[in-house]
Design a protein around this ligand. Structure first.
Ligand SMILES: [Zn+2]
Length: 248
């Protein structure tokens, strides 16, 4: 079993997609103290391919959307512990703002990573994944348009970082059969927002644990130690009813 964690913005706004910088620092410190290594999805998949199981005492750190505060705030904390991560970038918003949708309450306008920052992160071993060009609800697009959103995003990122883009995260976690088919055909793996640890899931439907649900550091260490699977099941039911995270 492997926990793939989802972060978005590391900032003090208190929004549903934000984790405060001091909390993030504490979480990374606690993972390291518990003997866990934060790694990218690429590293986890390479290990799984070679060994036929997920790596032990590792946790995959993913950051959706590509906020500039990843570079400014998260990266220095990761570097302290020699952790890596995967950042899922919206290629059409690199160098811009989070204006693909109205932001969740409290978040306001945030700067996104610039291309020089994306390039620098890739050079430092951070995996850059694809999160489409414009962050649409893929269920509303035709198959050629889905292809264009995904392939176009990968091409744009590759052009800037000089490396292929392998992994994908569905915007909002929304997908249908068409979107899944395109992703299965074109990407090595894809992440959803399904709230649980992964074991034998299809690689284009990897569940992730959104850090909105695990803000206390002891909860995080319980999760990675495998002691929270029951709690996540309950939160999953609650979320289906309330759709708390429908706004991102
Ligand atoms: Zn997103």
């Amino acid at each position: 079993m492997l926990a793939i964690l989802t972060y978005h913005s590391i900032d003090d706004s208190g929004s549903v997609v934000s984790i405060a910088p001091h909390v993030f620092a504490e979480q990374m410190k606690a993972l390291a103290a518990a003997g866990f290594q934060g790694i990218s999805l690429h590293e986890a998949l390479a290990f799984r391919q070679a060994n036929r199981h997920w790596p032990e005492r590792c946790v995959v750190l993913t950051f959706d959307d590509g906020f500039a505060n990843f570079y400014e705030t998260a990266m220095p904390e990761l570097a302290k512990h020699d952790f890596t991560a995967t950042v899922f970038v919206i290629s059409g918003h690199v160098g811009g703002n989070n204006d693909w949708d109205s932001p969740p309450a409290g978040l306001g306008s945030q700067r996104m990573l610039s291309w020089p920052q994306v390039k620098e992160l890739a050079k430092q071993g951070i995996e850059i994944g694809a999160h489409t060009r414009t962050h649409p609800d893929l269920r509303r697009l035709s198959e050629p348009d889905i292809e264009e959103e995904i392939a176009g995003c990968c091409a744009e990122i590759s052009d800037h970082i000089g490396q292929p883009v392998e992994n994908f995260a569905y915007p909002y976690g929304y997908r249908n059969h068409q979107a899944e088919a395109v992703v299965r055909r074109t990407m090595a793996s894809a992440c959803t927002t399904e709230l649980r640890r992964t074991n034998e899931d299809p690689l284009h439907l990897l569940p992730r644990v959104d850090m909105y649900y695990l803000q206390s550091t002891p909860q995080l260490t319980s999760l990675v130690e495998g002691k929270l699977d029951g709690y996540l099941t309950i939160r999953r039911w609650g979320r289906t009813v309330r759709q708390v995270l429908g706004a991102h």
